[in-house]
Structures are given as C-alpha cells and as structure tokens.
Design a protein around this ligand. Structure first.
Ligand code: NAP
Length: 244
C-alpha cells in the first residue's frame, strides 16, 4: 500500500506529517506552490496543482494512496472541493483536518461578513486606518476602498491594490505585544481578518480587544460534507488506522 497524502499548507498539516513520519508511516505532503519560501513539513513533499479533480484522482491511483487528509487552510475552497470528488472516484478514504474558527470574547467588537467584497463594503463605516491581514489573494476587493491600509502578507501581492497603503511582508506566529505595538505605531483603527482560527495569528484579535478596536471577520466558506476532525492528533489516529 502506498503513502498517506496530506494536502497541506497549514501548521496542522505539518504537525500531522511529523506525527506520521515519527511512526514510520509513508507520507507525502502536497503544497500548492503559492509561497516562495514555504515552511516545509518533514518527509516527502510535492509542490504544485494536480490538474483538477481528474488529475488528483489519477495521482491517488498512480501512487496507490492509502488515505488522504485534506489539511488545507479553511479558506482554500477549490482544493477541498476537488479532494471531496477525487477521493470517492479513486476509492481512497478522505478525512478533513480543520482547526476550529475563532469565537468572540467579552470586549470584542467584531462585524461578521460573508466574503472579502462584503468586508471591503463594511470598512467605510468602521475605520480609516486598516490593518488588512486577509492574505495576498483577494486584495483587489479592497482596491477602490477610500482608507489607508497596512497590508500584511507573506509574499508581495499583485496589483490592483488600494491607492493608499503600506506593505508589510511578514509571517506569524505573532505576539499580542508585537501586534499591539504595530497597531499603535501605525495608528490603526480597524482590523480586517479571515476567520482562519488557530493560535499562530490570533494575537491581532487580542490586541484589538485591548484597544477597543473594531474587527471585520470574514466567515469561512461552506465546505463539502467530509468527515472532519479538528486536531492533528485525531487525524494521525485516523491515518494510522487506514495505513494499518
Ligand atoms: P484553492 O483556491 O483551494 O486551490 C486552487 C488550486 O490550487 C487547486 O485547484 C489546486 O490546483 C491547487 N492547490 C491548492 N492547494 C493545494 C495543495 N495543498 N496541493 C496541491 N495543489 C493545491 O487554494 P488557495 O486558497 O489558493 O490555497 C493554496 C494553498 O495555500 C493551500 O495549500 C492552502 O492550505 C494554503 N493557504 C491558503 C490560505 C488562504 O487564505 N486561502 C491561507 C494560508 C495557506 P489543481 O486543481 O491543479 O490541483
């Protein structure tokens, strides 16, 4: 039987690869290739798209994949939809590993929106100096918004970008002290984020709460109905049983 395929690009995917690798289970982690210098998981790594549902199904069959774990980011819609179709087509068991979303705490001033366009529309009523942390893709949604943006992302984004902005290339994890200092230095009065969840990038929400700042939170997109766990440990137990 062949390897466990992990669709990755997240900290949870790296934790899962490490756990299975430590058990001596053959693992291949797959990355999209979007980030120039990605954090790499232990074990074998392949990079680049598969070529849609058919390409992924073919890859699963050709590599005799024992099981597939979709551990991609909560906002990576297409690859998850492809996995949900390709797995049954190739007769490969599929599990979704998805970290829980963030939940507001007392003092939070969050506005939930459905997508980046709605986030852009909500900005004018809420702030004028925006910390924008929604990632490199999708920034054109904010191009016409009349506000100043501190755009933080891992790699340089493509235009169009908002007319008034500063670019900050950085990658978590972040601390609330560091996020607070960034907010204060740039006189930020609004934070815009996806509901990515997890501990690595939550500090901006703590810093915003401490300062009483509003936050626009983009809801997660709907997902295919695939059995789902929320921790790398649970996914490792499932994968061990499949590879067993
Ligand atoms: P997406 O829109 O769901 O996927 C677009 C296409 O990219 C897919 O159809 C697939 O191409 C390829 N692809 C995506 N993830 C892949 C993977 N892990 N391995 C191989 N091919 C992959 O994806 P996205 O939102 O651009 O995210 C790309 C990657 O970045 C994912 O691995 C995700 O975990 C990570 N990431 C995304 C976000 C985010 O906010 N979206 C944030 C942090 C990290 P083919 O159809 O040719 O197979």
């Amino acid at each position: 039987m062949g390897p466990v395929l992990i669709l990755g690009g997240t900290a949870e995917a790296r934790a899962l690869a490490a756990a299975l690798h430590a058990d001596g289970i053959a693992v291949v982690s797959s990355l999209a290739g979007r980030v120039a210098n990605p954090r790499l998981p232990v074990g074998e790594v392949r990079v680049g798209g598969f070529g849609g549902v058919d390409g992924l199904a073919r890859w699963l069959t050709e590599h005799d994949v024992a099981a597939m774990v979709d551990a991609t980011h909560p906002f990576a819609r297409r690859i998850s939809a492809n996995a949900a179709q390709a797995a049954p087509a190739a007769g490969v068991p599929l599990l979704r590993l998805e970290r829980p979303g963030w939940t507001p705490r007392p003092g939070d001033r969050w506005t939930w929106v459905d997508d980046l366009d709605a986030a852009a529309r909500a900005i004018p009523g809420l702030g004028t100096r925006v910390l924008l942390t929604t990632g490199r893709q999708g920034l054109p949604a904010f191009a016409a918004v009349d506000a100043w943006f501190l755009i933080r992302c891992v790699d340089p984004p493509d235009p169009p970008l908002p007319a008034r902005h500063e670019l900050l290339l950085d990658r978590g994890p972040y601390t609330s002290a560091g996020e607070g200092a960034l907010i204060d230095r740039h006189v930020i009065d609004l934070v815009v984020t996806k509901d990515s969840g997890g501990a690595l990038t939550v500090a901006k929400l703590d810093a915003a709460r401490e300062r009483g700042l509003p936050v626009i939170v983009v809801r997660r997109p709907p997902r295919p109905g695939v059995p789902t766990v929320t921790s790398a440990d649970a996914a490792a137990a499932w994968a061990r049983a499949q590879a067993g």
